[in-house]
Design a binder for this molecule. Structure first.
Ligand SMILES: NC(=O)c1ccc[n+]([C@@H]2O[C@H](COP(=O)([O-])OP(=O)(O)OC[C@H]3O[C@@H](n4cnc5c(N)ncnc54)[C@H](O)[C@@H]3O)[C@@H](O)[C@H]2O)c1
Ligand SMILES: Nc1ncnc2c1ncn2[C@@H]1O[C@H](COP(=O)(O)OP(=O)(O)OP(=O)(O)O)[C@@H](O)[C@H]1O
Length: 528
């Protein structure tokens, strides 16, 4: 065999080595890449200097072989590294599976006294099995299952004082409601990388149920101002909650004045005097009741920059995308919400920071501005186009030239973003909407980005005009050249009680609120 043939054969075998390594990884083994006999022959051939040969072609060929051998080794090494990583993932996955199996068995053992508790108004769709207060979790073997995802355990500053005033805040448990499952196993969402195949597990019904672990005691009323109907309903509901449920009642300072002026009977109501006291509201309030329209829900949410207690929103406005409850049936509704498990929609919010050019490395506001609908950056009074540079994490997105940009939550997708041509998105879809306002470009379509990104909107130094940011339609802030707005999803969503479940409520609101796709059906007669 000639030297050339030997070298070529070595190359062939080197390629086969990768295949062998790959096969072994698929069978759960990881090998390091070592030289074979033919490889050794190739390597023995390669160091021979061109002066050994008089053939110029052979010199050229030897160089080429060197390059090929180098490339093959790099490929094989890359593959070996990938296989090692895959094996490490597999090991971690198996370890986690083993730990979960162990936990699962302990939980089943510990919850033999599970109480089967069906939601009356959702009996046909959702079922929930609850654990007693001292149990940490519960899963069913009766074709029912639930999983604890969050427990309200906020630190309670000034706890002694607060307990004296309103008692202890009612703990509750949240669980995924699951469709009945024949083998009683909850299907978790996970991505499997086993054997190189990527699969997602079957999805369960993801309605979230809230079940009180002890009776709620404190309700905060947030009401639309300057409305006689709202005022009358508020005073009636406060009386009813006190007399039928013996609840502690918080109201806004304005409402407290109104009620006390009306009747000294309302002496028991509580309020707050300053921002500092308002900041501790979430540690005392079990439930928020809003009376008004969507604007009142936005207002209520804005009172809580951190954790938000569940909101029960009664509709006394014109549209009501976030206000599913009818005020006429408030007794029945409040009885249900106070005594039984109910479904909630977890509405994500956005946290926004303004960064001034003058203080590039400092965040202007110590606390972020939190929005439930959207943050809008527009041209305000300026008659020039806005010129905004937008970045998503470290990637450049685009330059907005037009009237402005809306960065919206999915709850806000049916508000301003919709009017600007954005899509309507179910409030539980994890995403951020990026919707231009009157873009001066035919190809600028709205985007929906994943919830985990951070967006930065920058007014460039050479921008002709200023820009203004507004938050849920309020609190306008001027952004000059060089200023930026940073925006990401807040860790504190707003849990709103559903009338039915979040999907039924969402579809009802777009049908009733917007008359979505309302069209007369075609008659039967006509072309066949
Ligand atoms: N062109 C527009 O559509 C436009 C312009 C400015 C502001 N807005 C919206 O108004 C909101 C502020 O609401 P407000 O009540 O304080 O002001 P508002 O009293 O001016 O009411 C605005 C309207 O938007 C509706 N709305 C609010 N949030 C909604 C939501 N999530 N889904 C569907 N409709 C919703 C309200 O029901 C109301 O009818 C802003 O967050 C913004 O989304 C819309
Ligand atoms: N508790 C409150 N304190 C101060 N302002 C409030 C309060 N509740 C609501 N508002 C403001 O009052 C305005 C109107 O409220 P809301 O949207 O609830 O009523 P509406 O306009 O009658 O209803 P809809 O939005 O359904 O038409 C909004 O701008 C909102 O920000």
């Amino acid at each position: 065999m000639s030297a050339d043939e030997t070298a070529l054969k070595a190359c062939d075998q080197r390629t086969n080595l990768s295949v062998a390594a790959s096969y072994q990884a698929e069978n759960g083994f990881v090998t390091t890449v070592g030289p074979t006999e033919s490889e050794k022959a190739a390597y023995a051939f390669l160091p021979r200097t061109p002066t050994d040969s008089t053939d110029a072609h052979l010199v050229e060929f030897a160089e080429a072989m060197r390059t090929v051998a180098k490339a093959l080794r790099q490929v094989a090494e890359g593959k070996a590294a990938a296989q090692a990583e895959a094996a490490e993932w597999k090991r971690k996955y198996e370890l986690e599976k083993a730990v979960n199996t162990h936990k699962h068995h302990s939980v089943i053992k510990g919850c033999s006294n599970c109480v089967k508790d069906k939601l009356e108004h959702l009996a046909s769709k959702l079922t929930l099995e609850t654990a007693s207060a001292d149990q940490t979790g519960c899963c069913g073997n009766h074709g029912i299952c639930s999983r604890q995802i969050l427990q309200d355990q906020c630190p309670e500053p000034n706890r002694k004082l607060d307990d004296m005033i309103v008692g202890k805040k009612a703990p509750f448990r949240l669980s995924w409601g699951c469709n009945e499952d024949k083998n009683g196993q909850h299907k978790h969402d996970f991505v499997s990388f086993e054997k190189g195949d990527i699969t997602t597990a079957e999805r369960s019904n993801k309605q979230i149920l809230l079940k009180w672990e002890s009776p709620p005691q404190t309700v905060l009323f947030v009401t639309k101002p300057n409305s006689n109907a709202v005022h009358a309903l508020c005073s009636e509901m406060v009386r009813w909650l006190k007399e039928h449920h013996n609840m502690n009642i918080f109201v806004e300072p304005r409402v407290s004045n109104e009620l006390l002026t009306e009747d000294s009977y309302f002496n028991f109501i509580q309020t707050w005097d300053n921002d500092q006291e308002m900041k501790t509201l979430h540690t005392k309030v079990d439930l928020i009741v809003t009376l008004g329209g969507d604007g009142t829900v936005l207002w209520a949410a804005s009172l809580f920059r951190g954790p938000v207690p569940p909101v029960v929103a009664f509709s006394l406005g014109s549209l009501g995308f976030m206000t599913p409850f009818s005020s006429e049936k408030y007794r029945e509704c409040l009885d249900n919400v106070l005594k039984r498990p109910f479904t909630i929609t977890l509405r994500s919010r956005l946290q926004c920071h303004v960064i001034r050019d003058a203080a590039k490395d400092e965040i202007e506001t110590e606390e972020p501005i939190i929005v439930l609908n959207e943050v809008t950056i527009d041209r305000g009074m300026s008659s020039y186009l806005t010129y905004l540079e937008c970045y998503c994490d470290s990637s450049f997105v685009t330059c907005v030239q037009g009237d402005g940009l809306i960065i919206s939550t999915t709850s806000g997708s049916t508000a301003y973003s919709l009017a600007a041509g954005g899509s309507m998105v179910h409030p539980q879809v994890p995403g951020i909407l990026f919707t231009p306002i009157c873009p001066h470009s035919l190809s600028f379509r709205p985007l929906i980005l994943p919830e985990y990104v951070t967006l930065r909107v920058q007014v460039p130094l050479n921008s002709r005009g200023q820009a203004w940011a507004s938050f849920d339609g309020k609190g306008r802030i001027q952004l000059g050249p060089g200023d930026a707005l940073i925006c990401s999803v807040s860790p504190w969503p707003v849990p709103t009680a559903c009338l039915m479940d979040s999907t039924t409520d969402f579809l009802r609101s777009i049908h009733e609120g917007l008359h979505w796709n309302l069209r007369k059906s075609q008659a039967l007669d006509g072309p066949v």
